[in-house]
Design a protein around this ligand. Structure first.
Ligand code: 5RP
Length: 225
């Protein structure tokens, strides 16, 4: 059973009264503290990951970090990282990634995730699955007792529900909704989904996260595998 292993009370006051985006930023900055010169980084997609990309760019520009390369998990991440001055590479050149940092849509108590509401779950799973360490950064609204209660990835928020979303890889994203989350053996359900012809991937990220950094109004909590 996984329990929060560290409560950072020194951040409690700073976090009090913060917006959801402030909390995302707090989680992202904490994750970027793990980045070291020489690393191959997996670069996440979404509004939380954006804070991490921007922070890495700041560190590079300030000379506090050198010689890193990043593998983007989407075209969006590639553009954002390039704007931040992060040198880019790919999995062909670097099949092993030292550290990936990315957000999530849902996190369950076993550190399983739903991801992909930014529309990039396939590339995310490829990069994060190739990572020695995958650190997930979330505000506490993403914590759920059971995955799937808000649906498996569908269109990025704000897009029409009736138009199919086409990913960077030119795949469609199909929505699955569950009234009370997904019951049963998640790995078996994953295996069943992937046996369906034409299903390329799904948004359950099972056993991939090594840590989750959760920013709450009363502080930051780290959940480790
Ligand atoms: C993109 C993702 C994102 O990490 C996820 O949707 C969370 O996004 P945000 O940080 O904007 O809340 O999986 O495909």
């Amino acid at each position: 059973l996984l329990q929060p292993s560290r409560s950072l009370t020194e951040e409690a006051m700073a976090a009090a009264g913060q917006s959801q985006d402030d909390l995302k930023r707090i989680a992202a900055l904490r994750a970027v503290e793990l980045v070291r010169s020489g690393m191959v980084l997996g670069l996440g997609t979404g509004s939380t990951a954006a804070h991490a990309l921007d922070r890495i760019g700041d560190l590079l520009r300030g000379g506090d970090l050198g010689d890193i390369v990043g593998i983007p998990t989407s075209e969006w991440a590639a553009a954002r990282a390039a704007a931040a001055g992060i040198p880019l590479t790919d999995l062909a050149a670097h099949p092993v990634v030292d550290l990936s940092i990315d957000g999530a849509d849902e996190v369950d108590p076993a550190l399983n995730l739903v991801k992909g509401r930014g529309g990039s779950l396939l590339r995310e799973k490829m990069v994060e699955g190739a990572s020695r360490r995958f650190v997930v950064i979330v505000d506490d609204s993403k914590l759920v007792p059971r995955l799937g209660g808000s649906g498996l990835p569908r269109h990025p928020r704000g897009e029409s529900e009736i138009e199919p979303f086409v990913t960077d890889n030119k795949n469609y994203i199909v929505d699955l909704f569950f009234e009370d989350g997904i019951h049963g053996d998640l790995q078996a359900i994953s295996d069943d989904l992937l046996r369906i012809t034409d299903v390329v991937e799904h948004g359950m990220f099972l056993g991939l996260a090594t840590s989750v950094i959760i920013a709450r109004k009363d502080g930051v909590v780290l959940m480790d595998k």
